[in-house]
Write a protein that binds this ligand. Structure first.
Ligand SMILES: [Zn+2]
Length: 474
């Protein structure tokens, strides 16, 4: 059909011929002008292909034979830190340029500080425990087409006076503390370090702004990811508060959108070779679009508190956790107050109220967020523009459980745990996650264990699920 085909593709009649061709291609690999990581052998008789078929999606009549990873030796000139869009600090080795299989390599990924120090996530040695330092001679490799990695350090060639690498404990972009979180499940430190300047850090800004306007968060119509990136790149929106002052900078916003339209039109022209778009008419439509956009922004100046808390983009706080926090604290100010309190506490968990569904990971994330004064400054600026609705609990005057602290335990048969909680809170009760002397009522279903025992020790009133329903009048 006239397609160009590779002259290196041959028909072989024996295993020896296959290997000979493999070696020939390997010897020409660096001069091919394109990257390959091996060859594929195929049976070319269609009848045999049909008969042999596939095993778990893989043909029995074709097999890949990979080339060994290509290696080279070079020197680490520097170790730089890049801050990703989610705030992760990623160390990168800057290398003396070296050719690996015909490709010039100048960078290698270093993953994280443990990797640099020569240990894996379980604390076991990698590279026999040899660390990577600026000035070291290293072996690098490209396996497949992935980013080059450092395979080993030639310790004999380490110059005198090198220092072990120290990961910065502050974000190189914004100066906020950069921390390693404790994984709640494993109890181990995360191998990656993260910047805590969620609302502030320029490296995280775009990602945070995108989250802020997204559907589950502030849900600002017409302000999707694409527009946020545009407004950010034109310096029109740097923090969430800036979104609400866009209206005052109408001419600038207008220009940003018009420039993008023109750019897109140019790209289309270049592609098709003929002008299709009348830029002027696009601009005219834009005025109408902007009014709609500004109206959509204004419509979100008094969001529900749970949406607002979620929109802040605090680590580990999803929609569910955000609404639990909204219900518990009732206002941003109260949540912030609690956050600041735990930020300076030696044992945050003992200071933070015990809430069903809120664990150490969330408490720590709150402490880090509100412990960073620049997040608080950004929040204050945002609160000048946005007034979240305080979360109000409707309490019926005759409720027998209003003001009481209730704990649920065991298997509930007529309602889920979250329904039970929501019901109790609607009726003005406080729902706690654990039993203490302050608990008034324990609602115990079948299989209740330690909480039941604790309740009996504290002399807390224990009732069944049916009794609970009788009491709340359902
Ligand atoms: Zn930062």
């Amino acid at each position: 059909m006239g397609f160009p085909i590779s002259p290196l593709m041959v028909r072989a009649a024996s295993a020896e011929e296959l290997i000979a061709q493999y070696k020939l291609i390997e010897s020409q690999r660096s001069a091919l002008g394109y990257d390959i990581d091996g060859v594929v052998y195929k049976v070319d008789q269609l009848e045999l292909q049909r008969r042999w078929g596939f095993v778990t999606g893989e043909p029995r009549w074709a097999i890949a034979h990979k080339f060994p990873a290509e290696q080279a030796t070079t020197t680490v000139r520097d170790i730089e830190i890049q801050v990703g869009r989610t705030g992760t600090l990623a160390p990168i080795a800057r290398l003396d340029p070296v050719s690996v299989g015909g490709v010039t390599v100048v960078n290698a990924t270093l993953h994280n500080e443990d990797y640099i120090a020569g240990r894996d996530s379980n604390g076991l040695p990698i590279r026999d425990g040899r660390d990577i330092r600026v000035g070291d001679t290293v072996t690098i490799q490209r396996a497949g087409d992935v980013i080059p990695q450092i395979v080993d350090v030639l310790i004999d060639k380490r110059p005198a006076g090198t220092e072990p690498f120290h990961m910065p404990e502050t974000c190189p972009v914004c100066g906020s503390p950069a921390v390693r979180e404790i994984n709640e499940k494993t109890g181990k430190e995360d191998s990656r370090r993260r910047c805590t300047g969620e609302l502030f850090c320029p490296a995280q800004a775009v990602e945070n702004l995108r989250h802020f306007v997204s559907r589950g968060a502030m849900d600002i119509e017409g302000l999707g990811a694409e527009n946020i990136e545009l407004l950010f790149s034109k310096d029109l929106v740097k923090t969430p508060a800036d979104i609400f002052t866009l209206k005052d900078r109408r001419a600038d916003v207008q220009r940003a959108f018009a420039e993008r339209r023109e750019e897109q039109a140019r790209q289309r022209e270049a592609l098709s070779g003929k002008a299709r778009k009348n830029v002027r008419s696009v601009e005219d439509r834009n005025y109408e679009g902007l009014d709609k956009l500004f109206a959509a922004i204004d419509a979100r100046r008094d969001p529900e508190l749970d949406r607002f808390v979620f929109a802040l983009g605090i680590r580990h706080i999803g929609e569910t956790t955000a609404s639990v926090l909204a219900r518990t604290f009732g206002s941003v100010e109260k949540l912030q107050e609690a956050g600041r309190e735990i930020a300076v506490a030696t044992d945050p968990m003992s200071v933070f109220p015990s809430i069903d569904g809120i664990g150490a990971t969330v408490v720590e994330a709150l402490a880090e967020f509100f412990g960073n004064e620049r997040n608080n400054e950004a929040l204050a600026k945002l609160l000048e523009q946005v007034k979240p609705n305080p979360y109000v609990v409707t309490i019926s005057a005759d409720s027998q459980i209003a003001g009481k602290t209730v704990v649920f335990t065991g298997t509930l048969e007529k309602m889920s745990r979250s329904e039970a909680k929501a019901m109790a809170e609607r009726l003005g009760a406080k729902v706690a996650g654990s039993v203490s002397a302050k608990t008034d009522i324990l609602v115990a279903g079948p299989g209740a264990g330690s909480k039941l025992k604790q309740a009996q020790e504290h002399g807390v009133e224990v009732i069944s699920e049916d009794e609970w329903f009788a009491r709340v009048g359902k």
